[in-house]
Write a protein that binds this ligand. Sequence first.
Ligand code: CP
Ligand code: NVA
Length: 314
Amino acid sequence: MKRDFLTLNDLTRTEIRTLLKSAARWKSKRAAGKIGGPLQGLTVGMIFNKPSTRTRVSFEVGIMDLSGRVVYMQGGETQLSRDEPASHTARVLSRYLDALIIRTFDHAEVEELARHAAIPVINALTDSYHPCQVLSDLFTVQERRGHLDCLKVAWVGDGNNVAHSWINAAAIMGFELALAVPEGYDPDDAVMKRALLQADMPITVTRDPIEAVTGAEVVNTDVWVSMGQEKEVEARRDVFRPYQVNAELMAHAAPGALVMHCLPAHPGEEITEDVLESEQSVVFDQAENRLHAQKALLEFLILGLAEKDRAGSN
Ligand code: CP
Ligand code: NVA
């Protein structure tokens, strides 16, 4: 049966651990100049209804590194933008492609495509989740810390897509997550409820950034205005100002805590320039690791097994 990656809940803890190991292998391989891989003769489609730098380029380069081919479609160029049903689009694209990556607004659109596609569908960000980002962020944390166990991760900012994927990750992988979110911007109730049922470590929401960051080994933030929320800029700037990640706030975190941001960042808004450029900041590693983690993901979803596992079964 085909597998999709719409949220991190589509993977088990064991599968995520396997993917993180596979991402490390793909990273070493690339560093050794060994390009080429198991997608020879296979084609991946990408539909983007929102702008992107990292997600688009890391997926395109990753697919080419794996010897696959890419068809990139801007949302407005497909018949989806003229109301062709997602169910028809999914069935048509399944006849040409081996996987479909989509970035869009409404998460339900991605679910609808996945329901009707015969090929794996990968969520490259919706208003509700950004699982590819957080999968590779787990890889970055593991790379720096050596493990994901007994970690305290803080989230400071909006309780929307990236935060939701961190909530999923904390519940699946079993680390503590403390979110500091202004009133009115809480994570979705259903996302929290499911995570709390599953979690074996605390997942908490507070209004107080100091409380969330105290003792945290990872401090994470995101833009105050996500794609599609441009009309709310002024209101959001006022509400989120006390939630800036700055040196004063970082002084409450564990010594040497990692600073994470999925990027794009707005220095001087959600994070100060000095913190973003500090030695604790791993934001550019995060961006690079999208490439390696997504190669592991593509291999897993399209071919079912990691390269090492396939080699082992030969
Ligand atoms: N972090 C991230 O998804 O970046 P892009 O919007 O540039 O893809
Ligand atoms: N929350 C941000 C993430 C960008 C990668 C947005 O949705 O615009």
